[in-house]
Design a protein around this ligand. Structure first.
Ligand code: SAH
Length: 454
């Protein structure tokens, strides 16, 4: 039970930060999570949501500022969750992320001794995203682009996203204006009516090739080809315009069916000197510059040699394995999205790499099968989604007896859980390097080296 009441105001001092970068204040032990509030700041807070175990508050007045506070130019960037750490100096953000890892290694992994290096950050921690997924809604009788307010589907009109490649910001406005000129209807989520649901844009960091994906509710796209031609004419970098059809009432952004409205069905870009094709459905790291730092760290941790047999699990379009294929004997990649495996195979070929095999499937299914087939990797790279590794995968990876496992993680909590499992199964974590792939946001990426205990 708490004495905190909804809509009441309290004067509090922030004593912690949540993993989402929200300030935390305690009122008689009851935690309130507060946007745009930093440790040591004394504030007047209004309780806006009061639950059984915790609540949310809104800053009404701030009496002092943490020296690491930085001016937020557009509060919508906090409200939308696009840049939830943009009120912190970049140096503070980097330390915050390192501490997030240190914390879970202690509490979840029970590995308090494991050293965590300082987060590797960017020189310019803005305008880095090579991809945008922008919701479209009708606002004031007009087709509008922007971003949802956190935990809602209310669209905040936004034109400068701060963390996206500015060419992508410009392209969103251009595409929005073209759609308006053609009177294309925005999608209505509540009723599952209307037409354009999302505008997705990808731009190759090095190649500058641009792909525009228009996600529509239905297939018939009146003047779709003409619209695609005009997009190309106004945005000369565009090499591909795709219509993706998503008829479902769902939060999942893309549907299964696709049509090329203009140009190619992929874009190309390079990473660590290798060239890659990227399909609309394939995962591709959004921060190209820092992805190179991340992969290089992972490769350096592995200390590869020409006899190594490498598994690249959760391989996407093959970028990690193909970056290191020249150094090793063989690479086996597995990935669940079929388009990504098509890309990975094409990418091996385009780079003249003949010692890499790719298979569609679940890593937790493929790994035990490879073990039965007698494939004996010496190094396993894993790069799973936020939910981390499946127990079956962990067991199978240990059963094939690799010398090293390099764990690339986008979620410290599941990383810590999995490191505990590996530790119990005889693999010892020796070092962790956080790399900031998502400046201004609370996402924490890291690389951990595990070696077989002797
Ligand atoms: N290593 C790649 C991709 C990392 S993202 C890169 O750096 O670009 C994680 C990838 O895992 C995604 O491509 C996703 O489609 C894939 N994936 C998710 N669940 C999976 C599973 N159970 N088995 C194999 N791949 C999976």
């Amino acid at each position: 039970m708490t004495t905190v009441e909804k809509n009441q105001t309290y004067t509090v001092t922030i004593d912690d930060l949540s993993h989402e970068g929200l300030g935390v204040a305690h009122i008689d032990g009851y935690p309130l999570f507060i946007e745009n509030a930093l440790p040591e700041e004394e504030i007047k807070v209004k309780a806006v949501k009061v639950g059984k175990k915790f609540g949310y508050g809104k800053v009404m007045e701030r009496f002092n500022a943490n020296p690491e506070r930085q001016e937020v130019k557009d509060l919508d960037l906090l409200r939308s969750g696009i840049a939830p750490l943009s009120h912190m100096t970049y140096d503070y953000q980097l330390r915050f992320k390192q501490q997030q890892v240190v914390k879970v290694l202690k509490t979840i992994a029970k590995l308090p001794e494991l050293p965590v290096a300082s987060t590797l950050g960017m020189e310019n921690p803005f305008e880095y995203r090579n991809k945008a997924q922008i919701p479209v809604q009708k606002v004031d009788d007009q087709l509008m682009t922007g971003f949802y307010r956190k935990n809602s589907h209310i669209l905040l009109p936004i034109e400068n996203y701060l963390i996206q490649d500015p060419k992508i910001d410009q392209a969103i406005i251009a595409v929005r204006n073209i759609l308006r000129r053609f009177n294309v209807k925005a999608y209505n989520e509540r009723e599952n009516t209307g037409f354009i649901r999302h505008i997705i844009i990808r731009r190759g960091h090095y190649s500058h090739e641009m792909m525009v994906i228009l996600v529509t509710r239905t297939e018939r796209f009146f003047k779709g080809t003409e619209i695609a031609e005009i997009i190309k004419a106004e945005l000369p970098e565009v090499v591909s315009v795709i219509q993706n059809i998503n008829p479902e009432k769902t939060n999942v952004i893309m549907g299964r069916e696709e049509k090329v409205l203009y140009g190619k069905s992929v874009i190309n870009d390079t990473l660590l000197g290798k060239t890659y094709q990227i399909s609309p459905q394939s995962f591709y790291q959004v921060n190209t510059e820092q992805t190179e730092v991340l992969y290089q760290t992972a490769i350096d941790f592995a200390e590869l040699n020409s006899e190594d047999i490498v598994v690249d699990a959760y391989c996407g379009i093959g970028t990690i394995g193909l970056s290191l294929a020249d150094k090793v004997k063989h690479v086996y990649g597995v990935e669940i999205v079929p388009q990504a495996i098509e890309d990975a195979k094409a990418n091996a070929k385009a780079n003249g790499i003949e010692n890499a095999n790719y298979e569609i499937g679940k890593a937790e299914k493929l790994m035990p099968r490879w073990a039965r087939e007698g494939i004996e990797p010496s190094v396993i790279f894993v790069d799973p989604p936020r939910k981390g590794l499946d127990e079956k995968f962990i067991e199978a990876s240990v059963a094939v007896n690799p010398q090293k496992i390099v764990y690339i993680s986008c979620n410290p909590a599941t990383l810590a859980r999995d490191l505990r499992r590996y530790e119990d199964l005889g693999y010892h974590a020796v070092k962790v390097q956080p790399v900031d792939l998502f400046p201004q946001t609370y996402h924490v990426e890291s690389v951990t080296l595990l070696i077989k205990a002797v």
